[in-house]
Design a protein around this ligand. Structure first.
Ligand code: AMP
Length: 174
């Protein structure tokens, strides 16, 4: 996992002062790196019974799409407000200033579906917690929340309560 970590670029002070932006585009453009990251997640999820992969817009679509394809299950996009064309359900989460909302089609997840939630990174966990609430509102059961990167200092795992969390690499004070 150290090799994967080295392929993730850090941009200090993006999008604003004080934020260390962990940029996975450098991992994605590296064929071996992208493959190894996907394989590490697949090794974990192949033995689990998963009905659907749900990815958070937008970087969660990239890795989530690969996992859904390889697991031969469907993919559900969780999108920012106003992007999905059919009837939606939503969940909101706090930002530093104001709130944001994510949406899913109400028919995207059926009661009892076992769902793997995927995003590139967990920071405070606010986005993922809202995604979990949305999935659960539709009757889905979260099998696990998977991320390439974790920022443990921001305690995102705690925000997700008892839901299992799996991450490939973590950045602490670097
Ligand atoms: P949070 O809701 O605080 O867990 O933030 C997670 C979402 O914001 C993910 O979709 C990430 O892509 C993005 N994000 C938050 N902090 C960072 C960071 N330091 N570097 C890259 N992406 C970030």
């Amino acid at each position: 996992m150290d090799a994967l970590k080295k392929k993730i670029r850090t941009i200090p002070d993006f999008p604003k002062s004080g934020i260390m932006f962990r940029d996975i585009t450098t991992l994605l453009k590296d064929g071996d790196g992208f493959h190894d990251a996907a394989d590490a997640l697949l090794a974990r999820y192949r033995p689990m019974q998963i009905d659907l992969v749900a990815g958070i817009e937008s970087r969660g679509f990239i890795i989530g799409g690969v996992l859904a394809y390889e697991l031969s299950v469907g993919f559900v996009p969780l999108r920012k407000k106003g992007k999905l064309p059919a009837k939606t359900a939503s969940a909101s989460y706090e930002l530093e200033y104001g709130t944001d909302t994510i949406e899913a089609h109400v028919d995207a997840i059926c009661p009892g579906n076992r769902v793997l939630l995927v995003d590139d990174l967990i920071a405070t966990g606010g986005t993922a917690a809202a995604a979990c609430e949305l999935i659960e509102k539709l009757g889905g059961e979260i099998v696990e929340c998977a991320f390439i990167v974790e920022l443990p200092e921001l305690q995102g795992r705690q925000r997700l309560g008892a839901r299992p969390v799996f991450t490939l690499v973590s950045f602490e004070g670097e």
